[in-house]
Design a protein around this ligand. Structure first.
Ligand code: NAP
Length: 253
């Protein structure tokens, strides 16, 4: 008897950071995983490293906010790994500034990558999921959805992702597709390192200051977020949909 084909997952923004952590976890769960990212050398390097460990990995270079690139990316995934039925919308950027200083381009870019990107990727991938009668979409939101000074664009996008999650859960449930959201608190990645640099605070001072405010008294790592994504993407989570799980080392307000 031949082995059943593994589920095929697409993780956006998977060249590094949280996306790479999620990809590694889903590979560990037995899935084939396409790493999709704008950063061509980064995504190829990460995919090669994982392939050398024996993983079934694809490297896909695409901008999630471009409909043509999204369509081509999913065709590549189908060709190389099989029809994708798990999607993690993780690609993200920040362009922080107080409202009075925020440029329209920075508003547009952040909403384009997070919201338009998740919309386009979900729209293109649901075709495979509805055909299979099974699917999992996980949108990476943020604790910033609840409001954070200097992040009008980012918090609006991340709150928008929670609304998208709930509506897609309503629309796609009848096809066996669940849609959930993971909202991380502070996680140590290049993104948060860039924030520390922008504020002019050395990383070694920045992290302990933030940790002091977190109930579990430590900063998050990509594996913390990947663990929650793994649950939502699992076979057993089929009765959980439209939910937002904050993974932030404590309650959020
Ligand atoms: P990161 O280290 O900056 O990684 C983000 C990745 O997304 C990068 O490889 C980036 O590529 C890629 N990307 C950006 N724009 C893209 C596009 N248009 N199409 C495809 N890929 C694109 O960030 P991270 O900290 O791992 O964050 C991952 C996700 O978690 C983001 O959605 C972020 O908002 C969310 N999050 C992070 C934290 C945290 O504390 N780190 C907290 C809450 C939520 P480039 O290098 O080419 O830009």
């Amino acid at each position: 008897m031949s082995e059943p084909s593994p589920r095929v997952a697409v993780v956006t923004g998977a060249a590094r950071g949280i996306g790479l952590g999620i990809a590694e976890r889903l590979l560990g769960d037995g899935m084939a995983v396409a790493l999709l990212d704008l950063d061509a050398p980064g995504v190829k390097e990460s995919a090669e490293r994982l392939r050398a460990l024996g993983a079934r990995v694809g490297a896909v270079v695409a901008d999630v906010s471009d409909p043509g690139q999204v369509a081509a990316a999913l065709q590549q995934v189908e060709r190389e790994l099989g029809p994708p039925t798990v999607l993690v919308n993780n690609a993200g950027v920040t362009r922080d500034a107080y409202l009075f200083k925020m440029k329209v381009e920075d508003w547009d870019l952040v909403l384009q990558v997070h919201l338009r990107g998740a919309f386009l990727m979900s729209q293109a991938t649901q075709a495979y999921m509805t055909q299979a009668g099974w699917g999992r979409i996980v949108n990476i939101s943020s604790a910033s959805a609840l409001g954070l000074r200097g992040q009008a664009n980012y918090s609006a996008a991340k709150a928008g992702l929670q609304g998208l999650t709930k509506t897609l859960a309503l629309e796609l449930g009848r096809f066996g597709v669940t849609v959930n959201s993971v909202a991380p608190g502070f996680v140590m990645t290049d993104m948060t390192r860039a924030t520390a640099a922008r504020l002019g605070i050395p990383w070694e001072e920045y992290v302990p200051k933030i940790e002091a405010e977190i109930p579990v008294r430590r900063a998050g790592v990509p594996a913390d977020i990947a663990h929650a994504v793994s649950y939502f993407a699992s076979e057993g989570a089929g009765y959980v949909s439209g939910q937002v799980l904050y993974v932030a080392g404590g309650p959020t307000s």
